[in-house]
Structures are given as structure tokens and as C-alpha cells.
Ligand binder design. Sequence first.
Ligand code: SF4
Length: 244
Amino acid sequence: MNSQLRREYLDALGLKTWTLRTAHGTADAPSLEIASGATSAAPAAVPAPARDVSAMREAGVDWDELRARVAACTRCSLSATRTQTVFGVGNPHADWLIVGEAPGAEEDRRGEPFVGRAGQLLNSMLHAIGLAREQVYIANVLKCRPPGNRDPNLTEAAECLPYLERQIALLKPKIMLAVGRIAAQNLLGTEKTLGALRQQVHRFGLSQVPLVVTYHPAYLLRTPTEKRKAWEDLKFARDVISRV
Ligand code: SF4
């Protein structure tokens, strides 16, 4: 990506003049210390061992069959209130997997994750690190919208995570970017805050895919002062994948 285009995307993020700096005024080199990803079984997130077992339900299923199973799924009560399932979108050979929490109203209506204003900001965030939306794969922990955009409960996440596990097994990404607290907590099986999970390399599931945590674009739209931290996280993730 040329520097002019990149500058335009950074402008969209509100980061026109910002650069990472250390106390000595040079660009930060993020630590690549590995964090222990799934350390605690917490009521707000699906414990990692349960995830690994439940993921076997979809073992051996290909993309088409997986998509059909999700479209017909009634494993949790969200099937009764959804307009349609939101399977995921993007390049099935992508190195990057972006994982959010659950579909919102617009996603539920259109059947695609991260559309609307939050989706546009996510696109800008990706462009800022040289990625087009079409180059990555985007999915959610939950495939159906929780009514009123409430947080997913433990049962819903436990029932739905096997689909994402199978997507990950088929995709074999080099890195996962968990966007938002709910996605991060469910993927890592922890109750830690998003602030405590940022700027570390976690490892996801049996595949041990590197996983980096950042803010959800919907949150950044409400709290634009945090965009600089999101930019730090994106640069951190880009540094991580460059070393894979
Ligand atoms: S949220 Fe997931 S488990 Fe629940 S009905 Fe939708 S696809 Fe099935």
C-alpha cells in the first residue's frame, strides 16, 4: 500500500499525526512474550477444555456442510429470534482471522459480520495495516444475534463455539485478532479485562494459533479516544505475524 493511501486510512481512524514512541522517542518494538491464554474457567466464558471437547462435534466437516449446519442450527434459543445466521465472510485461505462477539441488528438483517459503521471502521483498521477486507476472514463467536444486542450467555457460547473451532481448523490462520472483550474472554476462557489481555500473544485452543486482542470497532465509535490503543494493537499483531 502506498504511503498516501495508508495516510488516508489512518485519517479515517483519527490517527493522522500519531506514531508509537518509547521514552527515547523511537518507535516501539512490542514485546512478544507468550501469555498463558486459557488459564481460568470462568462463568462468563466457555472454559478451554470444554471447547476442545465440544469442537469434535464438527470434526471432518467441510466448508459447505459446516455452512449448512449453521444455517439450520437450533442448538440454542437464539435460533428463535434471529432473522438469519451469520456464518462468516472472507478469504478461506486467509492468514488473518478476525473474530467478534455476535451479529448486531444490521448483521442479522444482511447475513454478514461487521457491516454498517462498525464494519467500515474495521475495514479502515485493516487497511491501516495493509489489509483489504477481502484478504482476511471475519467471523463471530456466535452465529445468531442476541436480542437487544445483549451479551451472549455461557450456554449460547458453548453451543456455538464448535462452529468457530471448525472454521479455524479449515482456515488454518496464522493469527487471530479477537475484537472486543466478549470475543476475547470466550476465545481464551478467561474473565480478565480487555485491558489486561491486550499487547500479549495468547495461544488459541489445540491448534495454538497466536491470538491478539483489541477493541471492538463499535466501542471505538463510542470512545474514539481509544483508537490510538487499537492502532497499537494492530501494529503489535502485524509484528507478531511477521515472525510466524
Ligand atoms: S447462536 Fe450458534 S448455537 Fe445458537 S442457534 Fe445460532 S448457530 Fe446455533
